[in-house]
Design a protein around this ligand. Sequence first.
Ligand code: ACO
Length: 411
Amino acid sequence: PGERKENETEKGLRILDKGFLNTAVIRSRITYIDGEAGVLRYRGYPIEQLAQKSSHLESAYLLIYGSLPTRDQFKHFESEILRHGVMHSDAEEFFRSFRYDAHPMSMLTSAFAMLGSLYGEANPSLQGQRLYTNGDKQSLATMDRQIYRLIGKATTLAAMAYRVRQGREFVTPPTGLSYTGSFLYQMDHIGEEDYKPNPVLEKALDVLFLIHADHELNASCTTVLQTGSSLVDPYSAIAAGCASLYGPLHGGANEAVIRMLISIGKPENVPAFIEAVKKKEKTLSGFGHRVYKTSDPRSFIVRKTADEVFKVTGRDELLETAMALHDAAMKDEYFVKRKLAPNVDFCGLIYRAMGFPLDFFPVLFAVPRVVGWLAHWRQMMLQEGGVKIWRPRQVYIGSTKRDYVPVDERV
Ligand code: ACO
């Protein structure tokens, strides 16, 4: 009875929904998913059409502002983002303070939070609580500036995290390249004046960026909104989202897929691995999704992109194992019954073929996802009725009231 009293609420029934299986926390116009039918749309546009016809930055504009940009709108958006790619020189010292073997996601998460320390103009604690919720011209312009900065600097910070581990000099973002091209330039550049990224690989990475840009209220986006609901600055909210993405059940899964494939080795070892998964001794990374109960529509785009990349890089030796695993799981009763199908994380094979280090894969997810996080953050800041702090309740199952026992009397 004591416990029941603790859980009584003036607002009526309190629902326990562990892991938010069926709880909506916001009204959104950004991304639509039909998990049963395998449908994903950004602002109404099917992901397949966008992957084929759009670019990552154009889709970023769409996600954030709600419509496809005109030529002039896009030109302005792109130039602002590329201009904001340049990093303050203080950031170089910051990156050099990491250990030589620091995980790039730890560095990226810290770096997003560090950015907040450089831009006091973005901080509602300093500038006033209504900094982003005002909806007036100045407020919208301040918000846009933080959006340009965060998208622009995401690639720069990621490239710095990559190069610092190799003891290489940092590269200033170049001019005249696309967003993705500039990123590859900052990663790879070794001093030749006329260095240009391979156009097939640049396009492939851009498509992967586009399909990773948003996926409605996944764990990291929810974390950004939860954190942002206290009206903290967007850099801190994005850092929180980045930390959430790092985990192996979410953005870390693309790294986990490759570690899994390496551990399986040859295709003939697949049946034993599948048996271990069924006994719950192992997880089949890259399979299963909270929302999709059929194949993730992005997984088909990943396959097509992989074909194009492998024409340039050659086939990855783990591909045969990945295909054997896919085929075995898709016809096994255990996976069929649980509606477990491939998600987007087999893109790790493409990153590997392109030569990115394994622990850099979640960074390749975080960089484009900054777009989705910001789209949702902006939407929440401007939502009708203002921002309500996200403060869920619990169902208390602990002890009823008891009195303090002095240490000598404890048994
Ligand atoms: N391998 C083996 N079994 C699985 C897997 C998997 N990958 N995913 C789910 N299951 C099983 C569960 O053990 C459970 O079985 P049970 O009914 O016998 O207990 C059943 O399927 C339901 O799974 P839940 O864990 O309840 O599903 P949930 O929606 O909570 O989890 C998640 C979704 C975390 C994505 C899960 O499928 C998983 O761990 N997948 C592997 C990691 C991964 O690929 N994550 C990336 C997700 S996509 C993204 O972030 C881009």
